[in-house]
Write a protein that binds this ligand. Structure first.
Ligand SMILES: Nc1nc2c(c(=O)[nH]1)N[C@H]1C(S)=C(S)[C@@H](COP(=O)(O)O)O[C@H]1N2
Ligand SMILES: [Mo]
Length: 356
């Protein structure tokens, strides 16, 4: 049963549905649920919330099976966090990279309510020697990558135990105050603030604690890249932290702007676990930079909206770019890091407009 079409979203792929937000529709801090991007590798499972169980097993002191009522009965937490697909912005890469051709909108920010993963791990009791916490979804299929045997596999991703224990990592059942929808992982999904969203496993059904590094497909083949260090053998690393990024929502690419009036350049900026401290805007393709004003309060995991009032001095074609810096001192680079392949596209992206 395919999802119902979601008109507020751009269809990048059907069955499974991969739907992109209109980034130019950015308004409040929170992305409304019906215009939040959807990224699914397989058909979204239909799960009866009454029959749903979450099993925590592996290197635990006791196997735990939780119902939705059990989970809702545990102390809840709410965190605002950005979810960004690791392939967001892939459309800008030349040469073209394999994968869904996301432009700007495979990202959104929502308030997530649920139970800290740490509390659920404590119920089961973590045995000494646990390295990884594997989060397993209820969806499965055969990934497209040709080098993989044609077996049906279940979507799963792992977190190192230390990350799994961070208080902001949730097993969420609400998004912006409403129960999760099927597209976004109902009845329960993981939310891993600060990490690219492949880690925020939807339709969660099993948590497995293991005493070694997880070697699953989306850990080692997909959502991983070769990292080259000078004089060292290259290392294959699973993608984790979100890299500092900002994106211009308004004006949108190819907009025609009437000459004479000031132009509000408006967008959002985010990073992994470090607040955004500066956003700059260039209207000459990255030569000169002007300070933008941050609109929202500094926040670790939510994005911050920003704006800059631009007064073009003559009509013409302009290439706008924005550049964010976070409290840890990370700044957006001018070019994509080729080691990252089709992922982690966070360099300063161009928006070309016509002032006439
Ligand atoms: N079970 C499951 N979880 C998943 C996925 C998936 O295909 N199956 N996709 C992941 C990826 S790559 C992203 S970007 C986010 C997207 O979350 P959203 O659809 O709620 O925006 O979910 C993640 N969790
Ligand atoms: Mo993703």
């Amino acid at each position: 049963m395919p999802l119902k079409p979601i008109p507020a979203l751009i269809t990048r792929q059907r069955d499974p549905d991969n739907l992109e937000s209109h980034f130019s529709a950015l308004d409040g801090v929170l992305t409304p649920n019906d215009s939040f991007y959807v990224r699914s590798h397989f058909e979204a499972p239909v799960i009866d919330p009454g029959a749903w169980r979450l099993r925590i097993e592996g290197s635990v002191h006791r196997i735990v099976d939780l119902t939705l009522t059990d989970l809702r009965g545990m102390p809840a937490q709410t965190h605002t966090a950005v979810l960004e697909c690791a392939g967001n912005g892939r459309l800008f890469l030349k040469p073209k990279k394999d994968g869904v051709q996301w432009e700007l909108g495979a990202v959104g920010c929502a308030r997530w309510t649920g139970v800290p993963l740490a509390a659920v791990l404590d119920r089961a009791g973590v045995q000494p020697g646990v390295i990884d916490v594997v989060l397993e979804g209820a969806d499965s299929g055969t990934p497209e990558k040709a080098d993989h045997p044609k077996a049906k596999i279940t979507y799963s991703r792992s977190l190192p135990l230390s990350k799994a224990r961070q208080p902001e990592v949730l097993l969420a059942y609400e998004m912006n105050g409403e129960p999760l929808t099927r597209a976004h992982g109902a009845p329960v999904r993981a939310i891993v603030p600060g990490w690219y969203a492949m880690a925020s496993v939807k339709w969660l059904r099993r948590i497995l604690l293991i005493d070694h590094r997880f070697q699953g497909f989306w850990q080692t083949v997909d959502y991983a890249y070769w990292s080259a260090h000078d004089g060292q053998p290259p290392e294959h690393v699973p993608i984790s932290d979100i890299a500092v990024k900002s994106t211009i929502a308004q004006p949108a690419g190819n907009d025609r702007i009437a000459f004479g009036a000031p132009v509000r350049v408006f967008g959002a900026a985010w990073s992994a676990g470090a607040a955004i401290t500066t956003v700059e805007v260039s209207v000459d393709d990255g030569k000169l930079w002007n300070a933008a004003k941050l609109i929202d309060e500094a926040h670790e995991h939510a994005w911050q909206r920003w704006e800059f009032v631009w007064r073009p001095d003559k009509p013409g074609r302009y290439t706008l770019r924005s550049r964010a810096t976070d409290a840890a001192g990370n700044t957006q680079p001018a070019e994509h890091n080729k080691d990252h392949g089709g992922y982690i596209v966070h360099h300063t992206l161009p928006v070309v407009v016509e002032v006439e």
